[in-house]
Design a protein around this ligand. Structure first.
Ligand SMILES: Nc1ncnc2c1ncn2[C@@H]1O[C@H](COP(=O)(O)OP(=O)(O)O)[C@@H](O)[C@H]1O
Ligand SMILES: [Mg+2]
Length: 316
């Protein structure tokens, strides 16, 4: 009969510099879970539609079934931003007022500053985090330090509410005097409510996301890197930012390792340099599980190649 299986969705996230292989690894991970019978959704916010390229099939802005157990969606960041702006439009005029309250670091609302598209993407991210329709949700590209700042919003809001109360206490005497002498009357009930309810709802969504993100059983945060200095630095930076937000990192995935080929002096030299970097990675990320993926001669595209990458990821 209608046995409602209560599932607790697990989340997979992949951080790392552009071009290191995040989309490839995310797609391979999603395919692996779908094939092992888990209902899986993969989400991308990359405007370049790299997920469509990776699966060699058009995905688009609505959730699409790619094969048994495998669903995908490519969120258009521009559209998400438009939707988000419409949603917060009634709040916008109040935003100026937030400035004096120490919120300018969290909200970067001045016109079209980069803050708002990230906030829009993060809003989508929070929405999907609340979904209970899938066993596994894979996010292609993880939130960055810039977006993770929004996780501190509940604390900021709390201190804001605190400040408001203080202000009100300070000025209540003055306001009462004004009320008596000026003909403004009492504010309508809905005027008082506007804003606070939405803020409270957003606050609790963020609190929930924070809980999920810091839960090792549910969130699997992986850093994808290549054995090159720049990419390693980036991973170190990500790791320390994630630590700040108590988000545990599960695996360091080192991609594009040159396979052995004694007949190719170039490859041999490149391999030697890479193995030095590999040493560095093991030292810098001691205690983390390090996984390796070779550099293939083909691009990682289509189900066949993604399965191949998935097999590498299963190796211990
Ligand atoms: N191990 C690999 N071997 C060969 N090509 C790879 C490998 N990993 C990624 N690629 C290719 O490199 C490019 C960038 O990979 P992608 O997964 O899109 O990176 P990101 O999402 O981090 O920008 C793609 O064309 C992909 O096919
Ligand atoms: Mg990508």
């Amino acid at each position: 009969m209608l046995s409602l299986k209560k599932r607790k969705t697990e989340f997979f996230l992949f951080g790392g510099k552009g071009g290191v292989g995040k989309t490839s690894v995310a797609a391979a991970t999603a395919l692996h879970f779908a094939e092992s019978g888990k209902k899986t959704l993969i989400i991308s916010t990359d405007p370049a539609h790299s997920l469509s390229d990776s699966f060699e099939t058009k995905i688009g802005g609505e959730i699409r079934k790619l094969r048994k157990n495998l669903f995908a969606v490519e969120i258009d960041p521009k559209k998400a931003m438009k939707e988000y702006k419409e949603k917060i439009a009634p709040q916008m005029e109040k935003m100026d007022f937030l400035k004096g309250l120490g919120l300018e670091d969290t909200f970067d609302f001045a016109g079209n500053t980069p803050g708002i598209d990230e906030l829009a993407a993060f809003d989508k991210f929070l929405q999907y985090m609340q979904s209970k329709d899938y066993d596994i949700i894979v996010f292609d590209t993880a939130p960055t330090g810039h977006t993770l700042r929004f996780l501190s919003l509940p604390d900021v809001l709390d201190s804001w509410v605190g400040k408001m109360i203080n202000l009100r206490m300070k000025f209540s005497g003055v306001i009462n005097t004004f009320k008596k002498i000026l003909p403004f009357g009492e504010p309508k009930e809905e005027e008082k409510k506007l804003g606070t309810e939405q803020l409270e709802a957003m606050k609790s969504r963020i609190e929930e996301a924070k809980g999920i993100l810091s839960d090792k059983q549910r969130t699997h945060f992986n850093l994808v890197t290549i054995p090159e200095a720049m990419s390693i630095y980036e991973s170190e930076r990500s790791l320390s930012i994630l630590r700040e937000y108590s988000i545990p990192v599960e695996n360091i995935i080192v991609n594009q390792l040159i396979p052995e080929n004694r007949k190719c002096p170039f490859c041999t030299e490149k391999r030697r340099i890479q193995s030095e970097r590999m040493e560095e990675i093991r030292k810098k990320f001691r205690g983390y599980n390090v996984q390796k993926i070779p550099l293939y001669k083909e691009e990682v595209k289509g189900f066949g190649m993604l399965e191949k990458v998935g097999k590498e990821l299963q190796k211990k």
